[in-house]
Design a protein around this ligand. Structure first.
Ligand code: ATP
Length: 196
């Protein structure tokens, strides 16, 4: 069974996924995979070069600054980039999932719903936290300013939409409650996986 874990900036999804990993569950980090595949997947590299030009790669290495500058100001370019990257990530995820032993695996993605990736998983778990806590945690972690985090939160799907689309919701408030909550979801997912 494939479980998608998602959540907005500072919600704690990476922390939650780390706790699942500590319980022996295989976790696929789709952000890291996207970065890796843009560097090493030949078909994806060809697609990126065809759409964005030979300048996309400088000395064989992806020029992130070049690509970021294009997609920042051009929504169609961003959509085209996603249309190239997401299928490559999902192909890699499926191949990775087939190699895992456990009864279920986790796909960690900040943009599971935004990118329409929920069709690639069987169940979804959304990690939510109050806005102020997300801002405080992110600023403490990254040292960035609160207004910038607030803008990023505003640009992401709101909690009501995420809750409505997710199969399960984990509200991440205190540190003490988090590990028991993950243990409970691990029990639920292990049980559900018997049907797959
Ligand atoms: P992003 O999308 O920005 O990567 P994220 O959803 O993956 O964020 P995390 O990195 O897991 O969020 O958490 C953000 C910060 O908050 C981290 O420094 C983490 O250690 C801390 N944190 C997460 N959950 C809790 C909690 N329950 N209590 C205290 N701190 C927490």
């Amino acid at each position: 069974m494939k479980v998608g874990v998602t959540g907005g900036i500072g919600s704690g999804k990476s922390t939650v996924c780390r706790l699942f990993a500590q319980r022996g569950i295989a976790v696929y980090d789709s952000d890291a995979a996207a970065k890796r595949l843009m560097g090493e997947d030949a078909a994806l590299r060809r697609g990126l070069t065809a759409r964005f030009g030979a300048e996309t790669f400088r000395g064989g290495e992806l020029d992130r600054g070049y690509l970021a500058a294009i997609v920042f100001s051009d929504p169609q370019a961003l959509a085209d980039l996603n249309a190239l990257v997401h299928p490559a990530v999902m192909r890699d995820f499926d191949a990775w999932a087939a190699r895992q032993q456990g009864s279920y695996v986790i796909l960690e993605s900040a943009i599971l719903f935004e990118a329409g990736l929920e069709g690639s998983v069987d169940k979804t778990l959304a990690v939510l936290a109050p806005r102020e806590l997300r801002i405080e945690r992110t600023c403490r972690r990254d040292g960035c300013d609160a207004a910038q985090v607030a803008r990023r939160i505003a640009a992401q799907l709101d909690d009501d939409t995420v809750s409505a689309r997710a199969d399960y919701v984990l509200v991440n408030i205190t540190e003490a409650e988090l590990a028991p909550a993950v243990a409970e979801f691990d029990r639920i997912f292990s049980h559900e996986a018997q049907r797959y």
